[in-house]
Design a protein around this ligand. Structure first.
Ligand code: FES
Ligand code: FES
Length: 156
């Protein structure tokens, strides 16, 4: 079946089994390997992408769910101004250890940064509740996002 969508600002049209997992299409067919797979069951958030601007776990979606939609992965968001700022904050607060969870946290926190003008720790925890990190204990991750929120506020 022909499935057409836009990913990272590029139009694509592929002949796909509509039930093929979206994460496999993104990683294997399109080469955006920044999207990671860990649990494969919708529990860890490593595979988070933005689908029409909302964070979703791509391991739980099928190719058909992308039909006519807009997808952004960590690779694209990392090149934006806010994405670069966010990466700097994760770096400065030492919020990344093994790094496997990072693309998922990055996409979820990018969405949070874009959409909450009045950030606080509780809201950040809620926004990232679908992402699991086995290394950091989360404190540094929350610090990174608070720092990014603070820097964005100062820019406005
Ligand atoms: S790999 Fe998709 S939620 Fe864990
Ligand atoms: S830094 Fe290792 S799982 Fe998060």
């Amino acid at each position: 079946m022909k499935i057409s969508f836009r990913i990272n600002q590029k139009d694509v049209s592929l002949d796909l089994d509509p039930m093929r997992r979206l994460i496999d299409v993104i990683r294997e067919d399109l080469g955006y390997t920044g999207t990671k797979e860990s649990c494969g069951e919708g529990e860890c958030g490593a595979c988070t992408i933005l689908l029409d601007g909302f964070p979703v776990t791509s391991c739980l979606l099928n190719a058909i769910h992308a039909q006519g939609k807009q997808i952004h992965t960590a690779e694209y968001l990392a090149k934006t101004e806010k994405g670069k700022l966010l990466i700097d904050c994760f770096d400065e607060t030492n919020a990344v250890q093994c790094g496997f969870c990072f693309p998922g946290f990055f996409v979820s926190s990018y969405h949070y940064l874009l959409n909450d003008g009045e950030p606080n720790l509780e809201k950040i925890k809620y926004a990232l509740s679908g992402n699991i990190c086995r290394c950091t204990g989360y404190t540094k991750i929350f610090e990174a996002i608070l720092l990014a929120c603070d820097r964005i506020k100062k820019q406005v």
